[in-house]
Design a protein around this ligand. Structure first.
Ligand code: ZN
Ligand code: ZN
Length: 427
């Protein structure tokens, strides 16, 4: 369950058990003791990673805050800055957070009003997503209500954790392939959590459920995410006002059930049915189609590379699978679906990013990392980020990691390698 498996060891602690890849510790200070600080209107950020990282965190938190507050306009005013601390190592993190959240990668500590996370073994993208998630718990607790039901608090936090940086702000409402797949599967086989049960879960029950069963854990988060997605986006936002009124009721002290009925009506069966239909019709967002394509191209390069082929460019690989067609092959996609050498249209589609506006056949660039010489696939067609796909070093069977990197953090050598690969590409 790559990317969506979480357990919550504390009321608002999220643990993302994620891929270990390019870590965010590269620019750490020599002894790790020095803290770099960056202040914005609403956040006071501290980190021992680097001054540039402190600024990145501060700017992202300030911008995601605008997304939180645009959705919850009419709540209390913020009178003090939110505190954020991001540590290079888990050890540094554990000194700041309560013992119970040991094993987590990020947490909102309500008693200290502190949002904390660590970078050890995690990509920058993973750290940022943890902060968008935990940052929402902080916002909910300090600005909206301390009584938000756990499913809704987690569902909205997950919704914001999927926000995509677009260079100026965030694009929200993304539909990740695996997340929607998990909920669709559960709806198909009937293993989804009935809404009358989900809505009544206490934080303690939630915690127990997600700790005891990884599959259930991922379903708890993804199903709650899908209900929030439904409430915000279904039928042109028809239910968004009901969500507002529900939260307003909660923050005014109404009991959950009473607030729910007042906002959504008493017919939960019909609500469940409408939500289920909405989820079954959801499709992954274009960004995720790109990420899935990149993973598939890397799997294909590895598969055919093992048969004695070497690819110097994505174009060679494309020519092999679409023109020369000397091999029969099959790859497994993130959802378990298969793609094979006979699906020519689908195979041709693997080489195209939905964001690529050109008429070319190829959207992706193959670059070699300067330090290791390892191949890396790049998509340079998204505003605000580049997308990278590479083989994970740790896995014996080559596993592909796909990672978004904020454009302004791309270092010069990678930028040069991308430019060189682009200039080599055939028109
Ligand atoms: Zn959470
Ligand atoms: Zn792309």
């Amino acid at each position: 369950m790559k990317g969506i498996l979480r357990t919550e060891p504390g009321l608002s602690a999220a643990v993302a058990l994620l891929l270990a890849a390019g870590l965010c510790m590269a620019t750490a200070g020599a002894d790790g003791a020095e803290m770099f600080r960056y202040e914005t209107d609403n956040y006071d950020v501290e980190t021992d990673v680097s001054p540039a990282f402190a600024r990145l965190l501060g700017e992202h938190m300030e911008t995601i805050y605008k997304e939180y507050s645009a959705r919850f306009k009419e709540y209390g005013r913020v009178t003090e800055q939110f505190n954020v601390a991001v540590f290079r190592t888990e050890e540094g993190y554990l000194k700041e957070v309560p013992r119970q959240v040991r094993g987590s990668t990020g947490v909102f500590v309500s008693s200290k009003k502190l949002l904390a996370a660590h970078c050890q073994g995690r990509t920058v993208e993973e750290v940022l997503r943890t902060l968008y998630h935990e940052g929402f718990h902080q916002f909910m607790y300090l600005v909206v209500s301390k009584r938000c039901p756990i499913w809704l608090n987690e569902g909205i936090a997950e919704y914001f954790s999927e926000a995509t940086w677009n260079g100026q702000g965030f694009t929200t409402g993304q539909v990740p392939t695996l997340r929607v797949h998990v909920v669709q599967q559960a709806l198909r086989d009937g293993s989804y959590i009935r809404l009358h049960e989900l809505f009544r879960l206490t934080p303690e029950q939630w915690l127990l459920n997600v700790r005891t069963d990884a599959r259930r854990a991922s379903l708890h988060y993804s199903q709650s995410w899908s209900i929030v997605h439904f409430l915000i986006h279904a039928e042109g936002g028809r239910y968004a006002d009901m969500l507002d009124s529900f939260l307003r009721g909660i923050s005014d002290g109404k009991d959950q059930e009473e607030a729910f009925v007042a906002s959504f009506g008493a017919d939960l069966a019909s609500f469940e049915n409408t939500w289920g239909q909405y989820v079954m019709a959801l499709r992954p967002s274009p960004k995720f189609r790109c990420r899935d394509n990149m993973e598939a191209v890397m799997l294909l390069a590895d598969l055919l590379g093992r048969d004695g082929l070497e690819f110097d460019s994505v174009n060679d690989l494309r020519r092999e699978v679409l023109v020369r067609r000397r091999y029969r092959w099959e790859i497994t996609r993130p959802t378990g679906e298969k793609t094979n050498s006979d699906d020519r249209e689908e195979v041709a589609g693997l080489f195209r990013c939905p964001f690529d506006r050109s008429n070319g056949r190829l959207s992706y660039l193959l670059v070699k990392r300067l330090d290791t010489g390892a191949p890396m696939l790049i998509c340079d067609h998204h505003p605000g980020v580049i997308i990278k796909a590479y083989y994970e070093r740790s896995s014996p069977r080559r596993k592909v990691a796909v990672e978004e990197q904020v454009r302004e953090t791309v270092d010069q050598s990678l930028a040069q390698a991308i430019a060189a690969a682009a200039s080599r590409m055939e028109p």
